[in-house]
Every structure is written in structure tokens, then in C-alpha cells.
Design a protein around this ligand. Structure first.
Ligand code: ADP
Ligand code: MG
Length: 347
């Protein structure tokens, strides 16, 4: 097969880093974004700006690529399905549909005997008041949430106020005593054919990922169990490409699967420097049907997200030879916006 041209829906940092990894192995990319200033235009061979629900835009995109992947899970299923009729979309659209809704996502996990925190579906205020025994808890919108957006922390009944927007659907999740958060990034190439990165330890600030470290400081039991669950998830979904499973570990060393990201993940950015093959290159290789190369860790590493103003310091900084700085080239610095990251390897 001649090398295919890969279409990527979404032109944020994830789409950009996929395009960058593809370029290094001579795969051409076309990024489609609904933001004319998306960072992706600096990274992809071709950049198309247009709305995802616009037929002319979609047809123009489809005609330029051999297959399609995506950087984020919030693209409407109907659009992915339509594209998939003409050019293959990987991971397949049904996976995206399942995971973009917190309720179907959690049901899928529990149906496969993977532990999640306790939760109930909340359709209105009455449902919430009937389930206050789950408090303290987090009320999370069933769709479109990320970086803690669309969440309310409810300690007691008194926190059920007018501020909660009941035009939306939620799940109410019991708050657990978090000891640690880890993630497992896995790339599935085919049935029982994987590359897996060891669990990565994550620290969030204001519900946004701030630090990721490999290796994580966890017991062998937790390591084996989290990797086993990530494999099971990838297999049951018949997934092709890179996915990430986020986990919680509570004070009693219980492991819970928090959520699945059907895409490359922020916690996996350090693999660009810690491993011979990054999560992005593995994703491109898997979806394009290229050779699977044994993925090995070369260095221990720590990644720091540069959020908002953090980036300005690094734009002019002289880096040490074990530091790697990535600027997503976003046009505007915004509070809480992920602007770039730095990875420090331990030589
Ligand atoms: P998002 O989709 O915004 O990433 P998450 O469900 O991953 O939403 O929640 C964001 C963060 O909030 C988590 O990484 C964790 O730090 C905290 N959190 C979420 N749910 C719980 C919970 N049930 N108990 C304790 N902390 C939680
Ligand atoms: Mg999360």
C-alpha cells in the first residue's frame, strides 16, 4: 500500500501533535477545524477551515484524504458516521458515540466488571433530591465536559441551588477520597495486538492536568489491574488506535476507572521523549495499518502543562539538554487554556 493521507478532525494541540508525528514517518495529514486560527494549521500538510456540519466542507475534506481520525470525542456521531460511509473513520464512530456520553460510558465499564465510582443519572431536580445519600458528590454533565467544565461539587443538600442548570442531564458521582490518579495509554493495532505504556501518574490543579510522571508510584497489584482493564476496554471496543483510561486510587488502595478518552491523551505527551515511539506515532501507525514497532521506555520523565501565562516564561527560556518544550502556537493566551508543555527526562 502506498502511504495513505490521514485526515484529522480537530486542530487543537492533540490534532497538531498527531500531524507532527505523522510527518516524521512521511504520512501526509489534512486537518479539518472549525477554528480558522487553530494550531493545527502550523502542523498539518493541509488545513481546512469549516463547520463540521457543513456538507461542502466535509466533502472537500473527504476528497483529500484516504482515512480519517479525530482528536476529540465531542464530534456528533452523525457526522462521523456520514464520513465513515465514504472514508474509513478510526477509531470507529460507534466507539465515539458510546464514550461521549458519561452514562453509556460508565455502563459499558460496569457491564465489563470494571469498577467505577458509584453514580446515578440525574434528569431533574427531583432526581437529585432523591439521591442525596450519595453526597458529597460531583454533578457532571453527561456530555461535552472536559477539564472539569460542566461540574458542580455538592457537599450537602444546601448546595443544590438555582445555579444548577437543569436543562442539562447529569450524572451524580460519589466523591471518593483520592489518593492518586493514574492513566494507562494503550495503542491497539489489531485483535490482541497492542503497545502499552506503563501507568502514568497525574496531578490535577483546579481539575486541569498539571503534572504527569512516568513511572508512577503504585503497587504491582494496581499496575497489573489497571493495565488489564485498559486491555479489556480496548479489546471489547474493538478499538484501533491510541486510547487512554483514567483511573482513581482511593485511600484504601481501591482502583476505579474514571473515564475513557477515545484518543491520544494529555498525560501521554511525555511519551514523545520518554519512549522510542510516542502515543501519537503509535496512533498514526495503528490507524494507517503500518508496522507495529516494539515500544520501549528510554527514560523516566515528567511533563508539566503550561497553562495560561505559564507559557511566556518558556518562550524565551534557554532549555537544558534534558528539557523539551512544546508550544502549541495558539494565537491568544487565555486563563486556564493549555498553551504548551515541557517534558523533563531523567538521563
Ligand atoms: P473531565 O471530563 O472534565 O476530565 P473528570 O470526571 O475526569 O472530568 O473529573 C476531573 C477531575 O475531577 C478528576 O481528574 C479528579 O481529579 C476529580 N474527580 C472527578 N470525579 C471525582 C470523584 N468521583 N471523586 C473524587 N474526585 C473526582
Ligand atoms: Mg478527566
Amino acid at each position: 500500500m502506498n502511504t495513505p493521507t490521514l485526515g484529522i478532525i480537530g486542530g487543537g494541540q492533540l490534532g497538531s501533535l498527531i500531524a507532527d508525528a505523522a510527518k516524521k514517518i512521511d504520512i501526509k495529514t489534512v486537518i479539518l477545524s472549525d477554528d480558522p486560527n487553530a494550531p493545527g494549521k502550523h502542523f498539518a500538510a493541509k488545513f481546512i477551515f469549516g463547520k463540521y456540519d457543513d456538507d461542502t466542507t466535509i466533502n472537500n475534506f473527504i476528497n483529500k484524504v484516504d482515512l480519517v481520525t479525530y482528536e476529540f470525542e465531542n464530534i456528533p456521531f452523525t457526522i462521523l458516521k456520514k464520513i465513515n460511509e465514504k472514508k474509513k473513520v478510526l477509531p470507529k464512530p460507534e466507539i465515539n458515540q458510546l464514550i461521549q456520553h458519561r452514562e453509556t460510558e460508565k455502563k459499558f465499564l460496569n457491564d465489563n466488571n470494571i469498577t467505577t465510582t458509584k453514580y446515578v443519572t440525574i434528569k431533574n431536580e427531583k432526581d437529585l433530591r432523591e439521591n442525596v445519600d450519595l453526597l458529597p458528590g460531583l454533578l457532571k454533565t453527561t456530555t461535552l465536559g472536559y477539564d472539569g467544565k460542566g461540574q458542580y461539587k455538592l457537599n450537602t443538600v444546601d448546595d443544590i441551588t438555582n445555579e444548577i442548570d437543569f436543562t442539562k442531564e447529569y450524572i451524580l458521582e460519589k466523591l471518593i477520597h483520592l489518593k492518586k490518579e493514574i492513566s494507562v495509554v494503550i495503542t491497539r493495532y489489531d485483535q490482541n495486538s497492542y503497545e502499552i505504556y506503563d501507568p502514568i501518574e497525574n496531578i490535577h490543579k483546579d481539575q486541569i492536568l498539571k503534572y504527569s510522571t512516568i513511572p508512577s508510584d503504585i503497587s504491582d497489584d494496581i499496575r497489573i489491574k489497571s493495565i488489564g482493564w485498559a486491555k479489556l476496554i480496548a479489546e471489547r471496543l474493538d478499538y484501533i488506535g491510541t486510547l487512554c483510561v483514567e483511573f482513581f486510587i482511593d485511600a484504601d488502595d481501591n482502583l476505579y476507572s474514571n473515564e475513557i478518552a477515545p484518543r491520544v491523551h494529555n498525560s501521554g505527551h511525555l511519551t514523545m521523549n520518554s519512549h522510542n515511539i510516542s502515543q501519537f506515532e503509535n496512533h498514526v501507525r495503528a490507524v494507517c495499518g503500518l508496522e507495529k514497532i516494539k515500544t520501549k521506555k528510554l527514560y523516566d520523565a515528567k511533563m508539566i502543562n503550561l497553562i495560561g501565562d505559564d507559557i511566556t516564561l518558556y518562550r524565551n527560556k534557554t532549555l537544558k539538554d534534558n528539557e523539551f518544550f512544546y508550544d502549541y502556537l495558539k494565537t491568544e493566551i487565555k486563563n486556564k487554556r493549555k498553551m504548551g508543555h515541557i517534558t523533563i527526562i531523567q538521563k
